[in-house]
Design a protein. Structure first.
Ligand code: NAD
Length: 487
């Protein structure tokens, strides 16, 4: 399948990057170059910001911000319908660009369409809210509040769910009445550029959504530091998030940050071992462990640990690892050569620090090229080891056992991240106690990873702040205006 050769999507048109540079698109299943994407620089970002400002403005007749929510909803629904119409093409592009099994990529496209639909409803809901009166202690004054779009927003996204995570930002931003510049990851921009084509097809007003692809320091940094970008919504690593927050602080620019994680899954002794194994495998190895909320630290009761681990090893050995386009593929390659090397380094460091590689640990024998890795389980882990403390963002599970509930909680919270946590037990009171004790933004009880666009998503501590999805996702792009009248 060919990767469409696109330029930047600015002001409703396709424009070559000012400096003319491009970045190779590499299929992680083969390591081969399959296309290229435009590499934007500060000059292109400038054009995109100007276009977004013009589209936002209430004074120039191209007023996305002042349009009724129902009008914005119409465009969001049209985008959703186009995504559904093009689902199989988009899913194939996603699979060859980021290595996701085709089935998973197709589910992502369903979620993309669902998310645009959902925020179309919320855009209409904004019309109904209108002016909200405030009761005051003096009857000589009357006050109300209105919620308004925050302005031009910069949306910077990572590579693990390329179009879906872009949608988590684009849909609520546009629903709120903001205009936006999307900067997807340079590793996986192909489907985000297709979103530009969709916006053009549905006649989205020029400048409402602009898409600038390129490297972080060259395209992302000028976007984050641009004085006319009113907010940055960022998803990516804690290191980059810290950089963005530092830049934003100089301008008192609001940011929301969805960052890394090292989430635990706690398994008690009273569970059905097969069900618990299924959620553990899913929680850590879905999308090759390249999920910010992957439950990559297994904390299992010592009385069942041996039997449970035996099951996990058997399950991981039966996972079908193949080219993502092959029928029945459950695990594709990891996204890039850089990520591949980084994960192998994590595994070798764990070994050198004294941990045991219980299963996996390298390239599957039947796959000679591409960035394929076996699902890997690591035991004999201590809490000072790198593998316990740092986010791998790959198919690697590390294991510790516990004796008491208190010990399980202590281990679960033993991280500077705070994105997700899961508990598996038949004792629901116990689950409640752990739910309360976990210091994180998302808790899964007797499951791991389900995600719904109606429910808030985000973390605490070094996993960031602000929430995406649900009504909270819309609030990210709204600001409150108080109006008080003397009567
Ligand atoms: P990354 O931080 O390397 O890059 C993310 C984005 O930031 C990319 O678009 C990149 O080009 C851009 N960028 C890089 N340097 C920049 C700079 N100086 N200024 C502005 N933009 C810059 O992250 P990644 O490797 O693409 O993604 C993996 C990370 O994302 C993991 O840590 C993962 O946990 C995290 N993540 C978090 C969530 C969440 O919801 N919390 C979801 C998915 C991924």
């Amino acid at each position: 399948m060919e990767v469409p050769r696109r330029t930047l999507f600015i002001d409703g048109e396709w424009r070559a990057p000012v400096l003319g540079n491009r970045i190779d698109v590499i299929n992680p299943s083969s390591g081969e170059i399959i296309g290229d994407i435009p590499a934007a620089t500060a000059e292109d970002v400038e054009l995109a910001v100007v276009a977004a400002q013009r589209a936002f403005s209430r004074n120039r007749g191209r007023d996305w911000a002042a349009a009724p929510g129902a009008i914005r909803a119409k465009y969001l629904r049209a985008i959703a319908a186009k995504v559904t119409e093009k689902k199989s093409k988009l899913a194939r592009l996603e699979a060859i660009d980021c290595g996701k099994p085709l089935d998973e990529a197709a589910w992502d496209m369903d979620d993309v369409a669902g998310c645009f639909e959902y925020y179309a409803d919320l855009a209409e809901g904004l019309d109904a809210k209108g002016k909200v009166p405030i009761s005051l202690p003096l009857d000589t004054f009357k006050s109300h509040v209105v919620k308004e779009p925050i302005g031009v927003v910069g949306l910077i996204t990572p590579w693990n769910y390329p179009l879906l995570l872009a949608t988590w930002k684009v849909a609520p931003a546009l629903a709120a009445g903001c205009t936006a510049i999307l900067k997807p990851s340079e590793l996986t921009s192909v489907t985000c550029l297709e979103l530009g084509a969709i916006c053009q097809e549905v006649g989205l007003p020029p400048g409402v959504l602009n898409i600038v692809t390129g490297l972080g320091p060259e395209a992302g940094a000028p976007l984050a530091s641009h004085p006319h970008v009113d907010k940055i919504a960022f998803t990516g690593s804690t290191a980059t998030g810290t950089r963005i927050m530092t830049v934003a602080a100089q301008m008192v620019k609001p940011v929301s940050l969805e960052l890394g994680g090292k989430s635990p899954i706690v398994i008690f002794e009273d569970v059905d071992l097969d069900k618990a194994a299924e959620w553990t495998i899913f929680g850590c190895f879905w999308t090759n462990g390249q999920i910010c909320s992957a439950t990559s630290r297994l904390i299992v009761h010592e009385s069942i640990a041996a039997e449970f681990l035996e099951r996990l090893v058997r399950w991981t050995q039966n996972i079908r690892i193949s080219d993502p386009l092959e029928e029945g593929c459950r695990l594709g390659p990891v996204v890039s050569a850089g990520q591949y090397k980084k994960i192998l380094k994590f595994i070798s460091t764990a070994k050198s620090e004294g941990a045991t590689i219980l299963s996996g640990g390298g390239r599957p024998k039947h796959l000679k090229k591409g960035y394929f890795l076996e699902p890997t389980i690591i035991t004999d882990v201590s809490t000072s080891m790198q593998i316990w403390r740092e986010e791998v963002f790959g198919p690697v599970l590390c294991v510790k056992t516990f004796k008491t509930e208190e010990e399980a909680i202590e281990l679960a919270n033993d991280t500077h991240y705070g994105l997700g946590a899961a508990v598996i037990s038949n004792d629901l009171d116990r689950c409640d106690r752990l739910t309360q004790a976990f210091r994180c933004g998302i808790v899964w009880v007797n499951c791991s990873q389900p995600c719904f666009c109606q429910a808030p998503w985000g973390g605490n501590k070094r996993s960031g702040f602000g929430r995406e999805l649900g009504e909270w996702g819309l609030e990210n792009y709204l600001t409150v205006k108080q109006v008080t009248r003397y009567i």
